[in-house]
Design a protein around this ligand. Structure first.
Ligand SMILES: NC(=O)c1ccc[n+]([C@@H]2O[C@H](COP(=O)([O-])OP(=O)(O)OC[C@H]3O[C@@H](n4cnc5c(N)ncnc54)[C@H](OP(=O)(O)O)[C@@H]3O)[C@@H](O)[C@H]2O)c1
Length: 362
């Protein structure tokens, strides 16, 4: 038996014929007892840590980044799904060390530094001293970056990966338009597409122009100062629209070649189920999507998609490789200790901090 000591309690790891079993029973976690503003977040000292399933990994958290999904979930987005499951723990991204592994985990070992992201609908999130993820949601942390830097990457980069590789299946030489290349998902998409030898054009704010060009975008259009529809030239094989409003959708579609892919991150499945409940809202969402797909196929000859983040171990491995090679990063603007999670959410929501915010767990 090996005993690891954490700052607040004891963690025991025991070998058995089937693998390693953890007996961490409680830890600190940021709990969301009800939907609301940042003030509803509670850092509790004694939150239960469930037993590990065979494919799961217990991670001692070092850093978690704040994604827009965290602040949206906190205020009630997805309430049709999450409402009955309250209280829940927010947080998707993580970087930390493996504290224990389930019986069937083969690729990760105790003590190893890892990073990864939970599925968007996970109920026990990563704002906790100990988080549980399945093995395929984790990969070894890129050695060249810190926990803080690593924690900013997985959720955003996997969202971009799913759209570009899983949906549009981008290939060398193709042209990609990224609407919102200054954000975490858009910036990841630029870097993934450049690594795949695609030609990238992007829209972003003036403060992001130098960064997106340095990452390999061939054209960066300032959406605050220029008319996107007039400035961007030529047609594209795919558009990733991270903003997904009616205006960006209309312009994006007009830039696509026949057979091209329009992908928005603002699919309406969650908002429609919130409005009508799961039983009625989900079929409505399916119908809305199908209608748009049929309409755009016949009017413009293009493929229309709502894309969502999904865990993908192959994608995460590639993201780690690119990060280690210095070809994929997401700049972190500010860090907060986990004890200041309310302040961090408030700063993000009020747009007082422009870029990525990371919570650190000592
Ligand atoms: N469907 C999914 O599974 C999924 C997954 C992840 C994220 N999302 C959603 O995708 C969106 C982006 O996520 P994120 O993590 O990248 O957020 P983020 O890092 O906060 O980025 C947002 C960026 O959007 C840019 N922006 C705002 N208005 C714009 C416009 N009109 N044109 C171009 N750029 C504009 C700003 O860029 P500048 O700094 O350059 O001004 C801002 O930095 C969020 O709404 C999020 O909820 C969905």
């Amino acid at each position: 038996m090996r005993i690891l000591r954490s700052h607040s309690f004891r963690v025991s790891i025991s070998d058995s014929k089937v693998g390693l079993r953890h007996i961490v029973t409680r830890c600190r976690a940021v709990v969301l007892p009800r939907f609301g503003g940042p003030e509803v977040l509670e850092l509790r000292p004694n939150v239960e840590v469930p037993d590990l399933k065979p494919n799961e990994v217990l991670v001692r958290t070092r850093a978690v980044s704040i994604n827009p999904l965290d602040t949206r979930m906190r205020s009630g987005y997805g309430r049709s799904i999450f409402g009955p499951l309250l209280p829940l723990i927010l947080g998707r991204d993580i970087s930390g060390e493996v504290a224990a592994v389930g019986a069937s985990v083969r690729g990760l070992t105790v003590g190893q530094e890892v990073f990864g992201a939970l599925h968007p609908t996970a109920v026990r999130g990563t704002y906790a001293d100990y988080a549980i993820l399945s093995e395929d949601e984790l990969a070894p942390k890129p050695a060249s970056v810190t926990h803080v830097e690593a924690s900013a990457i997985p959720f955003a980069a996997l969202t971009a990966w799913r759209a570009l590789k899983g949906t549009a299946r981008i290939a060398e030489g193709q042209r990609l338009l990224v609407v919102g290349g200054g954000g975490a998902v858009g910036f990841s998409a630029i870097q993934l597409a450049v690594a795949a030898r695609c030609h990238v054009t992007t829209t972003c704010g003036s403060q992001s122009i130098d960064r997106v060009l340095a990452a390999g975008a061939e054209q960066a259009v300032d959406y605050t100062a220029e008319d996107i529809a007039l400035t961007i030239k030529g047609k594209f094989d795919a558009v990733l629209d991270t903003i997904g409003g009616p205006e960006t959708e209309r312009i994006s579609i007009s830039f696509l070649k026949k057979g091209g892919h329009y992908m928005t991150l603002q699919g309406e499945a969650a908002s429609l189920t919130d409005r009508y409940g799961i039983v009625i809202g989900l079929p409505i969402a399916t119908a809305v999507l199908l209608k748009k797909q049929i309409q755009y196929r016949s009017s413009h000859g293009i493929e229309y998609w709502w894309t969502f983040m999904r865990a993908d171990s192959e994608g995460l491995d590639e993201i780690r490789r690119l990060s280690d090679a210095g070809k994929l990063n997401i700049p972190v603007e500010k860090t907060f200790p986990i004890s200041q999670v309310r302040e961090a959410h408030e700063a993000k929501e009020k747009k007082q901090i422009h870029g990525k915010v990371v919570l650190e767990l000592d």
